[in-house]
Design a protein around this ligand. Structure first.
Ligand SMILES: CSC[C@@H](O)[C@@H](O)C(=O)COP(=O)(O)O
Length: 362
């Protein structure tokens, strides 16, 4: 059974505390929006899709037992608390997109005289709960689209009709722990394995907070996938000697031109992949694509506390007194990205805006 980062039933929400993994598996109860904000901000839950789902469900569990005297007061509660949740972490766009959708729903229901306050609450709960299943379905589609694209690329590049098993590299954690389940970039890896086309997956340690070593490695071992951990500084050497067919990473926010913010270190891997002629894919659901911003220059990059660099767990590894710079994400320019793998297909960055706009209009 796959790892489960979010456990939800109406009125009750628990998250697997990702700061304690892989040593301790402990679920934390999220009782409402304050708890939701804190677990997101402290990175006890992390990964762009999981952040949005936990944020919205934290409001669902808070609202569930409450009585509202009017639709206006329910709407105000929804809008105010969702906007507050967006402020927990700035870079990933998923929480903002989900908040905007739910606020639009609340506004529409408020205006509809045929809808009672009880029905409005019910419809809001239904919409937040639907995020869980939709995310898993989207991730399965991303996995299938990405695996197909990688195998077709290999077949074309090597001149064979059908590609054999491939070796891939991934960065950060994009699996069950970062989503409602299955994963985005790790979903692609999972799908390659389901097709018996995964020879090996390499995952980076992903400094400074080691999501790769702690979380991705944990998931890969749990799923019994053929996997090897490398340090972030080993990627150039790895691509030189290990015949890597593709790099596949996740995304926290993809701008309209395809520039992509993802975990710090992604950009340098893309540069190295370009140098070695290795295709570089970004796996991102539509909920990670921000057509409101023209390029990555407009993405706010979260800067995290020094302690995440200077310590591993409770153990200090950096010289006391040294200054630190700890951006949690970087932006990979679209020119380094071979394709953006979505649940609706794989798009070249240059075609992303047109294709996604068409999809959203359907
Ligand atoms: C499917 S999650 C994609 C990204 O959110 C992931 O790669 C990542 O960068 C996570 O960053 P984090 O800081 O751990 O929340």
């Amino acid at each position: 059974m796959s790892l489960q980062s979010i456990k939800y039933q109406r009125g009750s929400l628990e998250i697997l505390d990702q700061l304690l993994l892989p040593v301790v598996s402990k679920y934390l109860t999220v009782r409402g929006v304050e708890d939701g904000w804190k677990v997101i901000n402290k990175m006890q839950v992390r990964g762009a899709p999981a952040i949005a789902i936990v944020g919205c469900l934290s409001l669902a569990v808070e609202i569930y037992p409450e009585e509202f005297g009017s639709k206006k007061s329910l709407r105000q509660e929804i809008e105010g608390k969702l906007n507050y949740l967006v402020s927990a972490r700035p870079t990933a766009v998923n929480m903002k997109i989900s908040a905007d959708e739910l606020i639009t729903l609340a506004n529409d229901l408020t205006k509809d005289d045929a809808v009672t306050v009880a029905e409005m609450k019910q419809r809001f709960l239904n919409a937040t709960e639907a995020m869980l299943e939709k995310d898993i379905a989207d991730n399965r589609a991303i996995g299938a689209n990405g695996a197909k694209a990688i195998l077709e690329h290999v077949a074309e590049a090597t001149g064979v009709p059908v590609a054999g098993p491939v070796r891939v590299l991934t960065h950060c954690n994009t699996g069950s722990l970062a989503t409602a389940g299955y994963g985005t970039a790790l979903g692609v890896v999972r799908r390659l394995s389901e097709l018996s086309k995964l020879e090996h997956v390499y995952c980076t340690e992903t400094r400074p907070y080691n999501q790769g070593a702690r979380l991705t490695a944990y998931e890969l071992v749990h799923e019994k996938l053929p996997a090897t951990l490398v340090l972030d500084s080993m990627v150039a050497a790895l691509l030189r000697v290990k015949n890597i067919a593709a790099v596949v990473v996740g995304a926290d926010r993809v701008a309209a031109n395809g520039d992509t913010a993802n975990k710090i270190g992604t950009y340098q891997i893309a540069v190295v992949a370009k140098h070695h002629g290795v295709p570089f894919y970004v796996a991102a659901p539509l909920t990670s694509i921000d057509l409101q911003i023209p390029s990555g220059d407009h993405i706010i990059i979260e800067v995290r506390p020094d302690r995440e660099m200077t310590h591993v767990g409770e153990h200090r590894i950096a010289a006391p007194g040294i200054n630190c710079w700890n951006p949690a994400f970087d932006v990979t320019p679209a020119s380094l990205i071979t394709g953006i793998i979505t649940e609706h297909g794989v798009f070249k960055p240059s075609a992303l805006k047109v294709e996604i706009t068409k999809l959203l209009e359907l």
